[in-house]
Design a protein around this ligand. Structure first.
Ligand code: NAD
Ligand code: UDP
Length: 324
């Protein structure tokens, strides 16, 4: 009997989604990628279009969708602060109405569904590192709330569909992830610093640069997501997926300068409102239940990312929003 599944990836043309689609297509599954291209472009999946087991659908998940599938990876949502704050009401709709539509499909098809949640559910954390049991410190009325609260509400919906309707769910809380395929103008810290360094521009540090983040390489993260989807039914999550290595933003800037050989200067800009001061995943649960932990250190992942940025024609990417 074939073990190939019909798999829907929402947000499948995005940074993480396009790599997930590649992995699933290579495994032989029948993959449907659904995307409205808000923060991505068709070229991200153009190399898959000729494959007989890949299908691309332009659709916005805030509207109902009728497909027959076995599994759903729900990744559709702008992820970079500049992108999700561009139209905050739309961001909330995508998280909440999108989750309801995809959970409804999962219920009807008896499909298994995975939610791409985020470390942002912890807000500006006062527990460090963050375990899944920490309930977070989110400002519900700040500029980041459309994303943080939208993702929190989506987790609630996932649990309620599971409790009420026995929908088979999985939830992953993704910490800052970077790598080839990032939108060069998404305004996220890795893409900004690498783009600025390669162009010989100043590197923009927000605040003093002593806030911390933990950076996970794309391939490690996608491996974790796939293990979670295929993991034991007793373990629904939410599970943290991220690299526990913790760096200040200033350390990141210095590493990018070293690896690119750039002559860029560090310049300081105001810290955006509600910018979390520290972030580092506790990945005990992922290690225990999924036998997963990241294998690619920041230095190695950054080298691959810099190589990719050197290889692209940056002019072919649209800058959908201002990036700082
Ligand atoms: P991305 O912006 O590159 O990808 C998101 C994709 O979703 C894009 O292709 C976009 O066009 C699409 N999309 C947005 N709204 C949509 C809608 N209403 N209908 C259909 N498609 C829509 O971001 P990413 O980094 O690939 O993130 C993917 C997922 O992972 C997101 O849900 C994000 O919240 C989550 N996540 C990512 C990170 C990270 O560091 N990359 C961290 C935490 C969580
Ligand atoms: N940041 C920065 N310079 C930039 C872009 C971002 O100093 O050009 C900082 C930002 O203020 C935050 C961290 O880098 O403290 C990570 O920002 P990002 O937008 O990548 O994601 P976040 O983790 O805040 O969602």
């Amino acid at each position: 009997m074939s073990t190939n599944k019909r798999i829907l990836v929402t947000g499948g043309a995005g940074f993480l989604g396009s790599h997930l689609c590649e992995r699933l297509v290579d495994q032989g599954h029948d993959v449907v990628c659904v995307d409205n291209f808000f923060t991505s472009q068709k070229t991200n999946v153009a190399h898959l279009l000729g494959r007989p087991n890949f299908e691309l659908v332009r659709h916005d998940i805030i509207h109902p969708l009728w497909l027959e599938v076995d599994e759903i990876y729900n990744l559709a949502c702008p992820a970079a602060p500049g992108h999700y704050q561009y139209n905050p009401i739309k961001t909330m709709k995508t998280s909440v109405m999108g989750a309801i539509n995809m959970l409804g499909m999962a219920k009807r098809c008896r499909a298994k569904i995975l939610q791409a949640s985020t470390s942002e559910v912890y807000g500006d954390p006062d527990v460090h590192p963050q375990p899944e049991s920490y309930r977070g410190n989110v400002n519900p009325i700040g500029p980041r709330a459309c994303y943080d609260e939208g993702k929190r509400a989506a987790e609630t919906l996932f649990m309620d569909y599971h409790r009420m309707n026995n929908v088979r769910i999985r939830m992953v809380r993704i910490f800052n992830t970077y790598g080839p395929g990032m939108h060069p103008y998404d305004g996220r810290v890795v893409s900004n610093f690498v783009r600025q360094a390669l162009a010989g521009e100043d590197i923009t540090i927000f605040g003093e640069g002593d806030q911390t983040r933990s950076f996970c390489y794309r391939d490690d993260l996608i491996e974790g997501i796939m293990r979670m989807m295929n993991g034991p039914d007793e373990f629904l999550g939410p599970v943290n997926l991220g690299n526990p290595g913790e760096f200040t933003i200033k350390q990141l800037a210095e590493l990018v300068i070293e690896l690119t050989g750039a002559k860029s200067k560090l310049v300081y800009r105001p810290l955006p409102a509600d910018d979390p001061t520290q972030r580092k995943p506790d990945i005990t649960l992922a290690k225990k239940h999924l036998k997963w932990e990241p294998s690619i250190p920041l230095r190695d992942g950054l080298k691959k990312t810099i190589d990719w940025f050197r290889s692209i024609d940056i002019a072919s990417f649209r800058a959908p929003t201002p990036n700082f």
